[in-house]
Design a protein around this ligand. Structure first.
Ligand SMILES: C[S@@+](CC[C@H](N)C(=O)[O-])C[C@H]1O[C@@H](n2cnc3c(N)ncnc32)[C@H](O)[C@@H]1O
Length: 388
């Protein structure tokens, strides 16, 4: 099946971006099976690459390769080997495949020690699932593979959500270790069960946590707070509005032998305000909210949300306290994030001193040609009152 693009194709495609929108296509030769592989040509009939098509999606074709090669098991294996080579890691738990950033648009694969959790976000990848499973089994011989394909984006692809063990089976809570701490990836939880993308950023708290009173807000299963405890925190408050996440915080704390902590189930916006009202102050605060906007049209309210939560976090920090602030909203840039922090500092009469900047770790690489792969921003700041 052949897809021919319009004459003035966007530089984006020429420059290596894999997405082709429906309005960029001139004509299609043959009747491709939905989700099947097509060859893509420019207006002069020069071959551009191969990818999969989806008639339900505005992103009509996603290119998988710029070579005229067969898309089958060998191809998938080659992509996995390239991703492993790129990562060059001895870690036991890491992201093996990060979708477009690893030239496999629509697929996410996380390894949690002996188990694999995968997320399929497109019909084209769904059709390649058997090859993907074969390759994972061949390369990792895992104890089990869990599919956690429950993102809302599947609807746009005409796919239903799916969650379950697809190879052997395993525990609901998958145990794994990270930076000398025991964790669980929750197969019934968020995303692939645990957030591996902050595991290098949390290390920046090592020099600031000892003997400190800390808050891990939007904690999920407590990644930031567990690290604060590992680094000698005096006391940690974990806060999330998911009761299930907090139940797992308790399990993880127990596994690691931590007792000097409390948990709160509630809305971080309200609870931080409450802390301020009751003069409950912290030496270190982490805020790691979920993405506040997916589309440009929601950007304004996302910026407002970030400003509000950063402002509230600054208000409950002791003078010269440490703020670890994150944003995983892809459409908010580094510069915009810095501006929000600066502006929250101005409104609370604080100096915002950046001690460390973080981003995505090496196994969540971002590709400058594919803006959508860059999402995580992390700042560790000292927050100083302008006037005591
Ligand atoms: C990006 S995750 C945090 C990941 C975590 N820091 C880690 O490294 O594993 C965001 C968390 O915020 C929680 N959340 C979302 N909105 C919230 C709110 N308004 N108040 C409290 N928690 C919220 C979600 O339940 C989720 O666990």
């Amino acid at each position: 099946m052949k897809v021919f693009l319009k004459k003035d194709i966007k530089n984006r495609i020429k420059n290596g971006h894999p997405w082709i929108y429906e309005n960029e296509i001139e004509r299609i030769e043959g009747i491709p099976e939905n989700g099947g592989i097509v060859d893509v040509f420019n207006h002069e009939k020069s071959f551009l690459g191969k990818g999969y098509i989806n008639f339900n999606s505005k992103i009509r074709v996603r290119i998988l390769t710029r070579k005229a090669e067969t898309i089958g098991k060998n191809f998938i294996k080659k992509r996995f080997l390239e991703a492993l080579e790129r990562r060059h890691t001895k870690e036991k738990s890491f992201r093996v495949i990060f979708s477009e950033a690893d030239n496999l648009s629509g697929l996410i694969v996380d390894k949690f020690q002996d188990y694999i959790v995968l997320e399929i976000n497109t019909l084209g990848i769904e059709k390649l699932k058997n090859h993907i499973l074969d390759v994972i089994i061949e390369l990792f011989n895992p104890k089990g593979i869990f599919e956690k394909s429950d993102s809302n984006s599947r609807e746009k692809e005409g796919l239903k959500k799916y969650s379950g063990w697809i190879y052997k089976s395993g525990p609901e809570l998958i145990p794994f270790e990270l930076n000398d701490l025991k964790f669980f990836a929750d197969t019934q939880g968020q995303k692939t069960g645990a957030f591996l993308d902050q595991r290098l950023n949390v290390k920046s708290l090592e020099r600031y946590s000892k003997d400190k009173v800390c808050l891990d807000a939007f904690c999920y299963t407590g990644n930031f707070g567990m690290h604060m405890l590992l680094y000698g925190a005096k006391y940690v408050t974990f806060l999330d509005y998911s009761q299930r996440a907090i139940d797992i915080v308790n399990l993880i704390a127990k596994e690691n032998g931590f007792k000097n902590y409390e948990t709160i189930v509630g809305n971080a916006f309200d609870i931080l305000k409450q802390f301020d009202k009751t003069s409950k102050y912290f030496d270190v605060v982490s805020i790691d909210p979920p993405s506040f906007a997916k589309k440009g049209s929601n950007k304004k309210s996302a910026l407002k949300g970030y400003k509000e939560i950063n402002l509230r976090a600054m208000r409950i920090l002791k003078n010269h306290g440490i703020l670890a602030t994150s944003s995983c909203t892809q459409i908010i840039s580094e510069e915009e994030f810095d501006n929000i922090i600066f502006s929250a500092g101005i409104d609370t009469s604080r100096i915002t001193r950046v001690m460390h900047r973080g981003a995505q770790p090496y196994d969540h690489p971002y590709v400058l040609n594919i803006l959508e792969t860059k999402y995580l921003k992390f700042r560790l700041l000292e927050i100083e009152k302008i006037k005591e």
